[in-house]
Ligand binder design. Structure first.
Ligand code: ATR
Length: 304
């Protein structure tokens, strides 16, 4: 017995077949109703011809432990973890990947040998997003704006690349930049300079970097039209910029960069490719990241 369900929130016709043998994948978070993961995963599941469905589940922090136990009991085939559970869920895993351990966050849970294995595909998603955006090889100097959870993932991913020699971390709260810089320097043995978010730091570090990444929420809906980098004339030709914000798809940060001759890479592909990597880890099959990206772009009203 099978049935067809439409998994899309906006009626765009992403449908999957459900049977008594269907596998279930899920994403947990709090809040979760705005997640785009079901949309892109179910599109990929369909393209891969899998008998599976991907759903979102609202799990509050107090229920996290029971939810993870439930995942085992219910035989969920794989789970994504989003805000605010990425760190708390680590203690509930039977084992962790080196990457999850280093970053201090799990975004993907893989059932393995009767236990649960916590991994992190955000770094992969970020690097793949850069590669798809025209930057397969990173520059020697990278400047990261922000020092929160997203910055950690980006900083570890960049520091892990051999071609990157120097990192700068600029943050409004400089103490957080210092703590993150210490950790990244210890992990990678590279030069990592923390700096406050002032004119001088931006000029020196953002102006001198081959890649400048915004990992803050500055410019995100509903506070569009602002950039974390106050002086756009710092951007110049030969430079790349990337934004982890993808609502809106084009932020002021990226527009300022382009207007001053730098290249810009939008953040949406990061979402698609971290998801594709998760689906590959659960299924052992290569997940079509470009199909997931197309689903996301369609959602935002932009064709590929
Ligand atoms: P996430 O997990 O998404 O990275 P976070 O851990 O709360 O979220 O981190 C948010 C980042 O955006 C921080 O670097 C924060 O700076 P502070 O450490 O000084 O708080 C930065 N951020 C948020 N709003 C900002 C603003 N209006 N101006 C500058 N930086 C801002």
């Amino acid at each position: 017995m099978t049935d067809v369900i439409d998994s899309s929130s906006d009626g765009n016709g992403v449908s999957v077949q459900i049977s008594g043998k269907s596998s279930v994948f899920a994403v947990i978070g709090d809040p979760i109703e705005h997640t785009l993961s079901p949309l892109m995963h179910n599109r990929a599941i369909k393209a891969m011809g899998l008998d599976a469905v991907y759903v979102s589940l609202h799990v509050r922090p107090d229920d996290l432990e029971r939810a993870i136990k439930g995942m085992k009991a219910l035989g969920i085939g794989g789970m994504n973890v989003t805000v605010p559970h990425k760190t708390a869920v680590m203690a509930l895993m039977d084992d962790l990947s080196d990457e999850a351990r280093a970053v201090g966050a799990v975004n993907t849970i893989i059932p393995k040998d009767g236990g649960l294995y916590g991994d992190n595909t955000d770094g992969y998603g970020f690097l793949k997003c850069l590669a798809e955006g025209g930057l397969p090889v990173l520059p020697e100097r990278v400047c990261i704006i922000g020092a929160g959870g997203a910055a950690r993932g980006v900083a570890f991913a960049c520091a892990g690349r051999e071609e990157v020699k120097e990192l700068a971390i600029i943050n409004r709260t400089v103490g957080k930049a210092e703590a993150l810089a210490d950790e990244i320097a210890c992990f990678s043995g590279k030069v990592v300079e923390p700096a406050p978010a002032d004119k001088q730091s931006f000029k020196r570090h953002a102006g001198g970097a081959g890649l400048v990444v915004n990992t803050t929420s500055v410019g995100m809906f509903p506070n569009e039209g602002v950039s974390p980098l106050p002086d756009p004339s710092i951007f110049h030709e030969g430079q790349y910029t990337a934004d982890i914000v993808y609502v809106p798809l084009r932020t002021k940060f990226l527009d300022d960069a382009e207007a001053n001759g730098a290249k810009s890479i939008e953040g949406l592909a990061m979402l698609a490719w971290q998801g594709a990597r998760s689906l590959s880890l659960w299924t052992g099959m290569e997940a079509p990241g470009e199909v997931m990206m197309a689903a996301l772009l369609e959602h935002f009203g932009r064709g590929m």
